[in-house]
Design a binder for this molecule. Sequence first.
Ligand code: AMP
Ligand code: MG
Length: 409
Amino acid sequence: MLSVNDAFALTQQYPLPLAAETVSLTEAGGRVLREAIRADRDFPPFDRVAMDGIAIRFADYQSGQRTFRIAGQQRAGQPPLTLEPSAQSAETGLCLEAMTGAMLPIGTDTVIRYEDLSLADGLATITIDDVQRGQHVHARATDRRANDELLPAGTRLGPTELAVAASVGAATLQVTALPRIALVSTGDELVDVADAPLPYQIRRSNTYMLRAALASFGITATLHHIIDDEQVLQDQLARLLDQNEVLILSGGVSAGKADFVPAVLTRLGVQKQFHKIEQRPGKPLWFGTMNAGQPGLARTVFALPGNPVSTILCAYRYVLPYLRTSLGLPPEPARYAQLARPFTFAPAITYFLPVRLASEPDGRLLAHPLPGSGSADFANLMEARAFMELPADRSEFSAGEAFRIWSTL
Ligand code: AMP
Ligand code: MG
C-alpha cells in the first residue's frame, strides 16, 4: 500500500494536458493565465497628481513664497497646462489648482493639499510648516516600467489581477481551458435530494459537495448517479469517459460485495495507478489514467470512498491539488497549525484528524481535535472544517506541535 506522499506524488505525475483558450476579460475571473501580461506603458504613465489641491514650483516655496495666485485649474483627463514662471518681484507666486488623477502641470513639481491651504479671493495660502519637493506627486514609472511583466503565466485571475489586465488593455486573455468533469455517485441506498428516502435509504450528498469544491476553479461539473449493477455501471461509465476528461466517483471502491468500481474501470481500459493509501479516513481511494498526456484523449479517474468524511478529505488532499496542477497553478502554499491538546493515534498510518482552527491573539493558529465517530460522521465536519495531517511514523502528538492542515472552507 502507498504512503500519502507517494500516492500524492503519483497523482501529480499525470496532469491533464489542457489546451489554452481565449476569453474576454469579463469572463476571465477565477481562470488561470497561460500568457504573461506586461505593462503596455509606464506605471503610472505620467507624473500624476495624487491629492486634490494646488500645484506649485517648489523653488518658489524655497524662496519664501507662501501665498499663490490661482492661475487656472488642471483637471484629470485633460492635457497638461503650463504654469508660467512667477515674476521675480511679485508678492504672490502663481499656482494651478490640480485634481487627483490629473497630469502634473508643466512647470510645477509639488502639490499642496486643500487641507493644508486657506483659500480666499483667488489666493491660496499654505498653512503647514513642512512642504517637501515632489510631495503628493506619483511620479511616472515609479511602480512599473513599460514592458515589465506584471502577471506571469500560471496566475489565477482574481479581482486585483483583472484590474491589472484591464489597465494594460488586455481585453482578451489566454487562459487554461477547463476540463469537463463528471461527478458520479454510486450506491443502491442513495436517493436524489428531492426524494423522500425509505427507512433503509439516504439522500446522496457527496456529488453536491464535490461540485461546490470545484466551483472555486470556475469548473461546472455535471452530476450523475449509478446503481450498484456491474453492467449498468460499465455502460454508464463508458459513456461518461467518452464525454469527460475527468471522472470523480464516490462509493463502490471498498471491499463490499457491491463495490464494482475498480474492476469496471480496469475493464474499460482505465489504467490503475493505485488503489488504497496508508491513511485514515479515505484508505480505499482509487486513481487511474487513460491515454495519459495525450491532448483531448487523456482521461483521469479518481474513485473516492463514499463515506462523506473520506470523500471530502480525498477531494481536498488529492483531487483539488491535482486540478490545480493541471490548470497550471503552482501548488498551494502549505499551511500549518499547532495542536491545542495532546493526541494519540496508534496505527502506523497517516491520520487526518478533523480539527477546528482557532486564531489566537498572539498569532498562533491552534487546531482543536474533533475526532468524531469516524469517516461517516458527517455532522462533525460542520464544526471541524479542517484536517490535520498526523504523520504515520508516530503515535503520540503533543500539545503545541505543528503539523500541516487541509482546510475544507
Ligand atoms: P461505499 O464507499 O460505497 O461503501 O459507501 C460508504 C458509505 O458512504 C455508505 O454508508 C454510503 O451510503 C455512503 N455514501 C456513499 N455515497 C454517498 C453519497 N454520494 N452521499 C452520501 N453518502 C454516501
Ligand atoms: Mg456503495
